[in-house]
Design a protein around this ligand. Structure first.
Ligand code: GLU
Length: 474
């Protein structure tokens, strides 16, 4: 049997990390079994579903690499099919027309509340066969079994059972003719041949209702796995309060999709103590049974750690691809400096996110505005002009502008001046980058380029001399 899973978001907002993790688990389960992963957009709630939300979900799925084999299917395009099944159910006596007015339903509810019983539809129209006029409004209800139990073996949580008595006759088509959510899901999963429904635990209560509909239709009942929710680091349900929760926000904050996926897979699933997985390993080891029943707490520190691991270990060309977005976003013209692959190799040990990497790399592509005040105060000393002049004199003569030759050129200055390397290297760093922190000076100058390095040193010498001339003599 081909394993078929699906991700079925309601497009009422962006894709958040909880949804992304559910999608990931469905995706992995399909991949692990050489099956198919289907994307379905559950847009029946027309008031709350929006096109920007659909676009955001699709963008997030693409960015994280959760590619789907079929779809996206839209529920709003399938109304004819749902209504066809409902008509057949009416004919077969599996469903019935309910003419109860709002007022009547309200009265029944109040009475039940007074009697201390759980409010539910009392089944009036299921039994009442009196004639109604054609213009009287009605909805259609599913004839839920009245007795017995309905249960399922949840792949994560074990056996879960409900009394049919607890479930009332679900409305499957509203008075306005539109089919309802719980019904559409069943018809979709049936038509799309879904074998495993992996979704959030907030749907556990829908499952018995859906199973009863499958059974009435003679459709195969899929397996179910309900994934626990994600909590914020303070133990409450993950929400906007906890900072970034939309998947694309993590892109904006400088995470690699590979790192986010690795972090999310571990959030509620494990394989021994392993923390970092290649995608192939995730696919190979993944199982629904190893997903944790308890809620998991989101931990941004750990995500940062995973991200820095990936920045260091992925091929630099791949990191560069993602970095490009950040450079563009920060309006850094990358045609004016080193290749992004070279930049990644120079910076990846020092940065935890791509956003940070872009922020601290501007000087490779454009002139800096000013010297970082703290570093300038600390490192521009009386002998800095001499150190820079000597360095420049040596550097001008470097014909083969590579790391080794560059280093030799300025390291010999420290020896000649009989000072520590910092007294030469740090003014040089400030001259080349404007800041007190950068990759090693050899690689930094190589990437900045000879001409630009020399001109920045010259500019700094001029600046320091002017500053000295201005300073009141002691
Ligand atoms: N559309 C539902 C949601 O976004 C998912 C339903 C399902 O997976 O069965 O929560």
């Amino acid at each position: 049997m081909e394993i078929r899973t699906r991700f079925a978001p309601s497009p009422t907002g962006y894709l958040h990390v909880g949804g992304a993790r559910t999608a990931l688990y469905s995706w992995l389960y399909a991949k692990h079994n050489n099956g198919k992963f289907v994307l379905r957009i559950e847009d029946t709630d027309r008031e709350r579903s929006t096109q920007p939300a659909i676009d955001a979900i699709i963008e997030s799925m693409k960015w994280t690499g959760l590619n789907w084999d079929e779809g996206p299917f839209y529920q709003t395009k399938r109304f004819d099919r749902y209504n066809q099944v409902i008509d057949e159910m009416l004919e077969k006596g599996l469903a019935y027309k309910c003419y109860c007015t709002k007022e009547r339903l309200e009265e029944v509810r109040e009475e039940q509340q007074r009697a201390g019983v759980k409010p539910r539809y009392d089944g009036h129209c299921r039994e009442d066969h009196s004639e109604h006029s054609p213009d009287e409004p009605y909805c259609i209800r599913f004839k839920n079994p009245k007795t017995g139990k309905v249960g399922f073996h949840d792949k994560i949580r074990g056996y879960i059972e409900f009394d049919n008595e607890e479930l009332d006759d679900l409305v499957i088509r509203r008075t306005d003719g539109t089919p309802t959510y719980n019904f559409c899901v069943v018809i979709d999963d049936w038509d799309m041949g879904i074998t495993h429904v992996i979704r959030g635990e907030d749907h556990i209560n829908n499952t018995p209702r859906q199973i009863n509909i499958y059974k009435a239709l003679g459709a195969p009942v899929p397996e179910f796995a309900h994934v626990s929710m994600i909590l914020g680091d303070d133990g409450t349900k993950l929400s906007k309060r906890h900072g970034a929760v939309s998947v694309m926000q993590y892109r904006d904050d400088g995470y690699l999709p590979e790192a986010l996926i690795n972090y999310l897979v571990r959030l509620g699933w494990g394989h021994g103590n392993q923390e970092i997985f290649t995608l192939d390993e995730m696919i190979e080891y993944f199982s629904l049974e190893a997903i944790s029943k308890s809620a998991s707490a989101f931990n941004t520190e750990k995500l940062l750690w995973v991200n820095s691991q990936y920045m260091k270990s992925l091929p630099p060309e791949r990191v560069a691809e993602e970095l490009k977005w950040h450079m563009d976003n920060q309006k850094i013209d990358i045609s004016k400096g080193p290749s992004l692959t070279d930049l990644v190799l120079a910076q990846r040990e020092r940065c935890k996110t791509l956003k940070e990497m872009a922020e601290v790399s501007r000087y490779f592509y454009e002139e800096y505005e000013d010297y970082e005040p703290k570093a300038a105060k600390k490192w521009f000393k009386d002998n800095s002009v001499e150190a820079l002049e000597r360095s420049m004199a040596n550097l001008v003569n470097v014909t083969d502008w590579d790391v080794e030759n560059i280093e030799k050129a300025f390291k010999s200055v420290a020896e000649d001046m009989q000072v520590g390397l910092g007294k030469v290297g740090m003014p040089l760093r400030l001259a080349i980058t404007g800041c007190g922190v950068s990759p090693e000076m050899g690689i930094t100058m190589k990437l900045v380029g000879k001409e630009r390095s020399i001109s920045r040193i010259q500019k700094t010498i001029t600046y320091l001399k002017a500053k000295k001339a201005e300073a009141p003599s002691a």
